[in-house]
Design a protein around this ligand. Sequence first.
Ligand SMILES: *[C@@H]1O[C@H](CO)[C@@H](O)[C@H](O)[C@H]1NC(C)=O
Ligand SMILES: *[C@@H]1O[C@H](CO)[C@@H](O)[C@H](O)[C@H]1NC(C)=O
Ligand SMILES: *[C@@H]1O[C@H](CO)[C@@H](O)[C@H](O)[C@H]1NC(C)=O
Ligand SMILES: *[C@@H]1O[C@H](CO)[C@@H](O)[C@H](O)[C@H]1NC(C)=O
Length: 204
Amino acid sequence: MSSSSFQLVFIFCFSILLLLIMPTSMQTVSAATTNKASAKTYKKFIKSACNSTTYPKVCYKALSPSASAIKTDTNKLCNIALSFTLNATYNASSSIDSLSKMKGLSPSEKEIIHDCAETTGEAIDELAKSLKTLANLQGSDHKADEINDLKTWVSAVLTDEYTCTDEFDGQKVSKAVKNTINKSVLYLAQLTSNCLALFRLLDY
Ligand SMILES: *[C@@H]1O[C@H](CO)[C@@H](O)[C@H](O)[C@H]1NC(C)=O
Ligand SMILES: *[C@@H]1O[C@H](CO)[C@@H](O)[C@H](O)[C@H]1NC(C)=O
Ligand SMILES: *[C@@H]1O[C@H](CO)[C@@H](O)[C@H](O)[C@H]1NC(C)=O
Ligand SMILES: *[C@@H]1O[C@H](CO)[C@@H](O)[C@H](O)[C@H]1NC(C)=O
């Protein structure tokens, strides 16, 4: 084979190779661009939904890590907001539980901790029930009624959360007890209030 015909064969093979590689590499590039664009769309969706809540920053921080699961689905958004709130309530319940094991608690502290443990337990039940209802909403024939139930239950949770900290009034309670309960309950109340605002975006 002469060197020029060798060159021709080489160029030919190289071109075929390029033709084979190009479409897949272009697909990869365009898929990456699409992913980036949709990630941006999903975060924007959450930001704008959270904008309708009383605590938009708390809302965005809780939901943005789940952007790829929420996409632009309002039902999923509410579902994850509720699930996050339930998880935070489990956490609060466990810190209140640790608190109850502290030594040297006064009778009134014991009573407050006991009551807070009770309201947190009730909140877990109500939130779990709400999450189940929301998950089954899509196939339901009574969506409007069920959304009303959902709002009622979650409002009750919000009220309960505050009754626990209301007990501090006029009682001698140590800073440690007060701060632990205040911090976790306040956070829960913010998450719960945000869920209620997000439910208003459900259109049925
Ligand atoms: C949030 O709400 C404010 C006032 O209602 C509005 O000006 C702003 O554009 C909204 N931001 C987003 C991201 O929707
Ligand atoms: C809540 O906790 C469960 C179990 O740990 C986890 O699978 C789920 O992803 C959490 N939900 C959110 C919204 O973080
Ligand atoms: C619950 O506590 C765990 C461990 O401290 C933490 O990683 C998680 O983010 C908390 N979840 C919520 C919803 O606050
Ligand atoms: C709980 O914390 C909030 C905000 O940090 C504060 O305004 C409130 O007085 C605190 N309540 C108690 C009982 O410490």
